[in-house]
Design a protein around this ligand. Structure first.
Ligand code: NDP
Length: 290
């Protein structure tokens, strides 16, 4: 028989997680602070608990999908006794340290802790496009695999409870900086009478092609030798002309100026003839030591 699951928090994401489990035939118990938000799931067959405590005792696996770490603490603290001996899977977005803190709280209360980080929008849950990273208890990851597999092809990233969140936020950091780069480029090209739509049509294939560079950069970073021949040098990568072009048009150069600053730090430290991926070292070390 399919594993029963409790879901605390039936907002957009919690509802998607619960809905997929119902569709796959799992018994599901839901609780939401605002009860009416859980009614559509109850209509589809979920048991709706009136309190977090009632929800927690229904099943061995308790999934938290609230807004922030603070709301997770507020909701769990009063039901610590009911949680004892169960598994807590927290998919609320938390920083790595917030996840580690929740893992410590769980350990102190004899609760098995697994952290989850969802790299998907609710509509993607249950489709191959959804990615969810897990870290914390390997035992929990293995034991509840049938449940996790309903949502996505999950990845287990180790026993540090903060790892899943760290990887998720690292990917999102890259995404947002790419978007900021797009906005900055669109603002510049706007002064050449290119609409943002026209700029997007040129930028998307170009930037997609540029992602092929990641693997080469990664090879240099992992190899640890930034002087390997055949690379674009840091000196060649000087972006001051792009910063100036942006300023000439009255476009704030902040996104590209930040990149230029990271490059300059390496050149100032005498590494100008080495490869562009050495920028990684500007990020890994405090400015004073670069
Ligand atoms: P929603 O705003 O749709 O839902 C938020 C949920 O948190 C609701 O159930 C809300 O209850 C509950 N909540 C908020 N504050 C408290 C509190 N103090 N005590 C109890 N419950 C509380 O957000 P999502 O469902 O979209 O997001 C949920 C989590 O999933 C977030 O951490 C989000 O970062 C993460 N996530 C969401 C993604 C998305 O695309 N939506 C993508 C990846 C991760 P109430 O209905 O009573 O307000």
């Amino acid at each position: 028989t399919a594993e029963g699951v409790t879901i605390l928090g039936t907002g957009a994401m919690g509802s998607a997680l619960a809905g997929e489990l119902l569709g796959a035939g799992h018994p599901v118990t839901v609780w939401n602070r605002t009860a009416e938000r859980a009614v559509p799931l109850a209509t589809r067959g979920a048991a709706q608990a009136e309190t977090p405590g009632q929800a927690v005792i229904a099943h061995p696996l308790v999934v938290m999908c609230l807004l922030r770490a603070g709301s997770v603490h507020d909701t769990l603290t009063p039901v610590a006794a009911e949680l004892r001996g169960r598994t807590l899977l927290n998919v609320t977005t938390t920083t790595p340290n917030e996840s580690r803190e929740l893992a410590r709280w769980a350990a102190d209360h004899d609760v098995t802790y697994l952290d989850g980080a969802i790299l998907a929008v609710p509509e993607m849950i249950g489709s191959p496009a959804a990615q969810i990273f897990y870290s914390g208890s390997r035992e929990a990851y293995d034991r509840f695999r049938d449940v996790l597999d309903v949502w996505s092809n999950g990845t287990y990233d180790g026993d540090d409870a903060g790892a899943a969140s760290l990887i998720d936020l690292a990917l999102l950091s890259g995404m947002y900086q790419m978007f900021a780069g797009f906005f900055h480029g669109a603002a510049m090209a706007g002064f050449a009478d290119l609409s943002a739509t026209e700029f997007a049509a040129r930028a998307a294939p170009f930037l997609a092609a540029m992602t092929e560079g990641f693997a080469d950069f990664a090879g240099v970073i992992d190899g640890g030798d930034y002087a390997v021949p055949g690379q674009q040098s840091l000196e060649f990568s000087d972006l001051s002309h792009i910063v100036r072009a942006s300023e000439e048009q009255g476009v704030d150069p902040a996104p590209v100026a930040t990149v230029q600053e990271l490059i300059s730090r390496q050149i100032a430290a005498g590494h100008g003839s080495e490869g562009f991926p050495r920028v990684y070292e500007s990020l890994r070390r405090p400015a004073a030591q670069a």
